[in-house]
Design a protein around this ligand. Sequence first.
Ligand SMILES: [Fe+2]
Length: 435
Amino acid sequence: MSSKPSSGNPGGMPYSGYCRDVPQEPDMFLCSVTRGTPGGEYLRRFWHPVAYASELGKVPLRVRALGEDLVVFRDGRGEIGALFLHCAHRNSSLEFGVVEQRGLRCCYHGRLMDVDGRVLEFPGEPQAERMRELVSQGAYRVHVFAGVVFIYMGPPDRVPVFPMYDRLTLPGVELVPGVRLPLDCNWIQLKENTLDPAHTAMLHVIPQWRGMNHFAAEFEAFPEIIWTETPGGLIYLAARRVEGNVWVRSAEVLGATIHCISSIFESGKKAKPATPPFMTFWTLPVDNDKSVNFYVSHVCKDEEMPFEKRRALEIFGQYNDRPYDERQWIPGDHDAMVSQGPINVHAAEFLGQMDRGVTMFRRYVRNGIEGVRRGEDPIGFYLDQNAVPPTFANDSVAPVSEVAGDPADRAVLAAHARRVADAYLKRPPMGDLPR
Ligand SMILES: [Fe+2]
């Protein structure tokens, strides 16, 4: 072939560089997080994490969320406020403000703002009473859960409950707030990673190849994967044989920006109907091309591993905390996701069967965005705590004798995974945990 084909797709041809279209445009309908955009409006129907409560001290904390600059603070009463960064008087930044017994005072002319944005004092302003009716500081509602500060940036007339999923309220399981995991890429890349267990058989095996003792030895056998919708979002189930068992591992995306995983130390060697939750992540879309994962570790009373060791392993490779040469030698999720580009260009991809979770998630978000545009509430938006659905991220390990057919047959593995999914939907696994 001597000239560029009109389709721009040279198929499987060798040395095809010149003949190739190189799409550059990301899908901003899906990926935009900012005010007034379809994606930004969709995201403004959920609670978003902006800080760990432990980060709030004597001075205000400057944060950025959904493309907006904000300041978060805890006043002398213990009330937490999330205000627009720039003072509604002369636009000075409230990150330099003074935290008071009640509210936050701008450093420049001393306007005092309550946590809800109402102005309490206008020092030196003779028309203070009239001003109070005319001006307020932009503010968002705050909710603190498990040491994480969340805000709601959507329409104030319909505020959803903070969804208390079943996995967050289990007796005997402590929730330990995590650390900030910043990633310089669009939030959708982070959720796609969760619904793409095929990557574990490559990315998470590299440490073993390169002599690092890591948790993922079991992942060497490629699993049989299915995906399905759940009441709260999307789930994958990956089935593989381990010795005399078939192990089905799953992870779930809830609403849009939450994801849940079960233990990274599960080996599948011991039969069990269900496992306790391990980590729950709330992703903050910071900008179109920046995100931060906030998370809690679910810590059971009888855990053998010291927590410090567990924490080091659970955040390995999850953010930009290692030198470049080290990340090149043993890359982690952070490196795979961020290197897709600041906003991954879907038009430049070529997806296969194993990428079904990726295509399902994009369709799911697109449906959510279109629904919000029509005035509907998306999955993940609940006005009533009773409407919050059960969650499913879990490991189930069954002896081969309980699997219908020969697990060497991949169709048998897939059918088993399907049965586990059906069983979960009838009887959510969090209810099956030992109390
Ligand atoms: Fe991963």
